[in-house]
Design a protein around this ligand. Structure first.
Ligand code: UT7
Length: 324
């Protein structure tokens, strides 16, 4: 039987770290009140990495891709598919995937972006898995890359404290050993308004509101219910029990959401990878960054069963269950 396996991971964060205290000072200059205590208690976030102006998702994604290729021990020339999950592409077009292909010095394979906001990585991973299993590709780079700081309204304390920038990447390869075991993707477009950037660029002008807006409480409730069911469904699809999952690598939006889901699934907190304290919510980059962190510090080992989950604007959500 043909499988696809994750054979390497990489993560890259822009060097500038902004702590909650730094942000409180920055917002106070604009007459807005926030505090390390509020942000930590409500979200678990303590700091985020912020890209300098001009730094792009393709630059962050290329760095993460290079690290993932080195980890996999394969040359970029062996990659015949690049899928980038991003809501902050460098341009409307060409795709960020094409720009990363160019920065890696390769050409000829397929390259395209996936737009599923914070679920983007699990959508991209599932797509790459299907393209490899169907014989269309052999070795894929799946990348989540975001400069979310560029779409935040830095005068909206309800959203600007939540996000950060970064990129995570995995190399996925054809294998005779079990790798990706099951996946489930979902969307409910009727909920598009609870998390969106409604504006656009048209006829040379920004039309409408260009910033991220969110009904935090609606997103919170939706995320908990959707991801709990999604985890149950994908585990059943793989004919596994929830107790057989070694690691949960959830989207890193809010530690309270992660804890709620963990409790509903009976998942001990020691089995849940949390990086949002250091990275904040990096949207499509959050899952591959967390996966890479837990592999590199030795928690996730070869043979472990890992549940990856994304949830975000659209509304979209999904789960991928993989044996590493
Ligand atoms: O990746 C996409 C997925 N996104 C998410 O999963 C986010 C989901 N939602 C959340 O994580 C939470 O809803 C938030 C962290 C966004 C908000 O937490 P909350 O417990 O739902 O707070 P709230 O929106 O009900 O606000 C409580 C209070 C309000 O003040 P009043 O009306 O009670 O006086 C806010 O104005 O906290 C105020 N507030 C703040 N105070 C200090 C909102 N933002 C801040 C802030 N600092 N940064």
């Amino acid at each position: 039987m043909l499988y696809t396996k994750i054979i390497g991971t990489g993560g890259y964060l822009p060097p500038r770290i902004v702590s909650n205290d730094d942000l409180a000072v920055q917002l106070a200059e604009q007459g807005l009140e926030t505090s390390d205590q509020w942000i930590t208690e409500r979200t678990g976030i303590r700091q985020r990495h912020i890209a300098d102006k001009g730094m792009t998702s393709s630059q962050l994604g290329t760095q993460a891709a290079r690290l993932a290729l080195a980890d996999a021990g394969i040359d970029a020339s062996e990659i015949d598919l690049i899928i980038v999950a991003t809501s902050t592409p460098d341009h409307i077009f060409p795709s960020t995937a094409c720009l990363i292909q160019d920065q890696l010095g390769i050409s000829g394979g397929a390259a395209f972006d996936v737009q599923a906001v914070c679920s983007g990585f699990v959508y991209a991973l599932t797509t790459a898995d299907a393209l490899i299993k169907s014989g269309i590709a052999n070795n894929a780079l799946v990348i989540g890359a975001e400069v979310f700081s560029s779409i935040l309204d830095w005068k909206d304390r309800g959203t600007c404290v939540l996000f950060g920038d970064g990129a995570g990447a995995v190399v996925l390869s054809k294998s005779s050993e079990p790798g990706i075991l099951a996946a489930q993707l979902n969307a409910d477009g009727s909920q598009h308004g609870i998390l969106c950037t409604a504006g656009n660029v048209s006829y040379g002008e920004v039309v409408g509101d260009p910033f991220l807006r969110m009904d935090g409480q609606a997103v919170f409730k939706f995320a908990v219910n959707a991801l709990t069911k999604s985890a149950q469904n994908v585990t059943a699809k793989a004919q596994l029990e929830l107790s057989e999952i070694d690691w949960m690598v959830p989207h890193q939006a809010n530690v309270r959401i992660i804890n709620f889901i963990g409790r509903k699934l009976g998942m001990p907190t020691e089995k849940v990878v949390v990086t949002l304290d250091k990275h904040a919510n990096t949207s499509a980059a959050s899952v591959p960054l967390a996966l890479d962190a837990a592999r590199k510090d030795g928690r996730i080992q070869a043979g472990n069963v890992v549940l990856m989950q994304g949830v975000g604007g659209g509304f979209t959500w999904g789960s991928v269950l993989a044996r590493m």
